[in-house]
Design a protein around this ligand. Sequence first.
Ligand code: NAI
Ligand code: PYR
Length: 317
Amino acid sequence: MLNNFSVSERKVAIIGAGFVGASIAYALTIRKLAREIVLIDIHEEKTIGEALDIQHGIPDMGISSVRAGTYADCKDCDLIIITAGRNRKRGESRLDLIAGNSAILKDVVGQMKPYYTKGVIMIVSNPVDVLVYQCTKWMGLPNGMVFGTGCILDSSRFTRLIADYTHLNTEVVKATIVGEHGDAQIPIWSRASIAGVPLQEYCENVGLKWGEEIRKEISDKVREMGATIIKGKGRTHYGIATCVCYLAEAVLNQRLTIAPVSTMFQGEYGIEDVCLSVPSIIGVNGVEKRLEERWAEEEFQAFRQAADKMKKVLKTL
Ligand SMILES: NC(=O)C1=CN([C@@H]2O[C@H](COP(=O)(O)OP(=O)(O)OC[C@H]3O[C@@H](n4cnc5c(N)ncnc54)[C@H](O)[C@@H]3O)[C@@H](O)[C@H]2O)C=CC1
Ligand SMILES: CC(=O)C(=O)O
């Protein structure tokens, strides 16, 4: 399965040209990751404006053709990114968005599906784990071809906070959040490392204070980070745009990577019929495999609780 490569035309559709969709289009362009980017949104005039604005960058800094389009442009896309949907307001949780954004996703999938011929579908809209579940069921594609950005953004925040605490560059920190992109997220402290050295051992080595109090402070900050940013500026979009670029590179350039993204479980960790994030191998077919890692017992327990919580949420749909 991992060797099932095909030549990608690097055509990307982004459905939802709001802050997140436009930031993704901009980031993909300056990273030169796509040959063609089509923005699709119910607000046609705004979408044309976003596409023109991105197209007018210095040519040497971006080679994509960026334009506003329609659902017919989803034909032959290598990657379709869904960002349509409302953002949470101050004080709301991501799960408060279910009814509204699920209806929007239904509309989007209903309009996109007749034109879908191939390619991976990446969900960004919230609540991402719930919407990945619905889109997976509605599209009926092989497992992993629909996936959500899930906990990649949380893991990026986690990595940043550990790097800040240890005064190191983020590149040497390896740290992952799994579970829900939401309150039931789980930091996998048992496997967090600095250049391959377990985090606790590293801190002892360099004489940095370490223990439950510091772990809790960092975990709480990561869980609240989305809300903290929303309190400040009303939304988040730059962080997720770079995460999407990273994942798009794996799909479009067949650059296999491992990241904690959300897909439909099929018995891994004894869990099925629910979408959550675990470190997964990502390539041209989306999620090729969910890795089953050896976490600490309390991390497994928290993960199983996250799955139970998500199953209860799915029953309300
Ligand atoms: N997964 C993650 O880590 C993150 C997810 N998000 C989520 O991304 C979503 C988008 O956020 P923003 O771009 O800030 O919101 P926004 O309000 O700026 O943009 C949403 C866009 O969706 C469009 N839209 C609404 N209904 C549509 C439909 N039926 N068909 C096509 N387009 C439609 C709107 O016209 C609008 O342009 C939200 O659900 C937000 O919570 C945001 C940041 C991080
Ligand atoms: C909006 C959101 O889901 C986040 O920034 O985490």
